[in-house]
Design a protein around this ligand. Structure first.
Ligand SMILES: C[S@@+](CC[C@H](N)C(=O)[O-])C[C@H]1O[C@@H](n2cnc3c(N)ncnc32)[C@H](O)[C@@H]1O
Length: 298
């Protein structure tokens, strides 16, 4: 996943001068920006009290993914209790106007667990927006407006096929946007899309450019790679990139991913030239993440 997306990545304008390389171990004192710490995120988040502008993260889903260190099959009550502790630690680390984007999905046969996780986060933070991350979509020819030059059924993106007659293929996941007060102003047009009906531009005083709010369904396909995936559940770099932009790049002082994996949030932050900090328990993933980020500088 890292490869093709990152090769196309724009070079970061600011060299990542503090970038540690070699996997930063937890150390006493202040955490340094542009580093990924090999440590438990609960301990890491505690050290960032009130400093974080944006958290973008995808925790383990407790669905038995084959991570190389972490065991993704805890008893459900224990997992949910842990997610509650992560939620409280995230809240403590967030600045007053900070945003937390929680990406989560589940198994088609167990659709409630991700919602129970959200409930834990909702106990400590306000749920401001719910975004559906569309990973794959199929559109029938009859539903495509005439004159678009498309005269057949089309489908885009990748999904995990589900066997058996009971459950549909999983084509989406959630991105829950939490804030402290539930009313943060957002930079909606930074991830906006063009109007379909161009007569909207200029007709309304508030519409000054051909851009409208994209809304809360985001089609983000997985990046295509040729080699095998180095991590069983990384998200596309575009996902954290859009979240940071929506929060507002100019007012983002620090991005944190408590479950950094192979560094998609770090790559997105570096592309946008905003400082990041990550936590991850697996040193192999950290090495890959570091390679991906330093690759942006070359
Ligand atoms: C869903 S993956 C995140 C993938 C990441 N978004 C990416 O794009 O690469 C969750 C990650 O959390 C890590 N992890 C599990 N427990 C952790 C903990 N207590 N603190 C930090 N990281 C942890 C796992 O090793 C795994 O890489």
């Amino acid at each position: 996943m890292a490869a093709s997306g990152d090769r196309q990545a724009k070079k970061s304008k600011r060299p990542i001068s503090h970038y540690s390389g070699g996997g930063s171990r937890s150390a006493a004192g202040a955490l340094q920006p542009n580093r990924i710490y090999q440590m438990d995120c609960l301990g890491g988040l505690k050290r960032l009290r009130g400093q974080v502008s944006v958290i973008v993260t995808s925790p383990p889903y407790n669905i038995g993914k084959p991570y190389s260190t972490y065991h993704d099959d805890r008893p459900n009550h224990e997992y949910l209790e842990w997610m509650g502790r992560v939620a409280r630690a995230c809240k403590e680390s967030l600045a007053e106007d900070g945003s937390l984007f929680l990406n989560i999905g589940g198994k088609p046969s167990d659709p409630l667990t991700p919602l129970k996780v959200v409930q834990r986060f909702g106990n400590v933070l306000a749920l401001q927006n719910t975004i559906i991350w569309v990973k794959s979509i199929a559109i029938s020819e009859e539903d495509i407006p005439k004159g678009r030059g498309i005269d057949e059924d089309i489908s885009f993106g990748h999904y995990q096929p589900v066997n058996g007659p009971a459950f549909l293929n999983g084509c989406f996941e959630y991105i829950f946007h939490f804030t402290k007060k539930g009313r943060n102003d957002l930079d909606k047009l930074s991830v906006g899309v063009c109007y379909q009906d161009k007569s909207n531009v200029g007709r309304w005083q508030r519409v000054v450019a051909d851009k409208r709010d994209r809304g809360n369904t985001w089609f983000i396909p997985y990046e295509t790679i040729n080699e095998s995936r180095p991590h069983p559940s990384s998200f596309p770099v575009k996902l954290p990139e859009m979240c940071i932009k929506l929060h507002g790049v100019k007012r983002t002082k620090l991005v944190v991913d408590p479950f950094m994996g192979i560094g998609s949030t770090a790559v997105a932050s570096a592309r946008l030239d905003v400082p990041f900090i990550g936590f991850e328990v697996d040193p192999t993933y950290i090495k890959i993440a570091e390679k991906r980020v330093s690759g942006l500088q070359n």
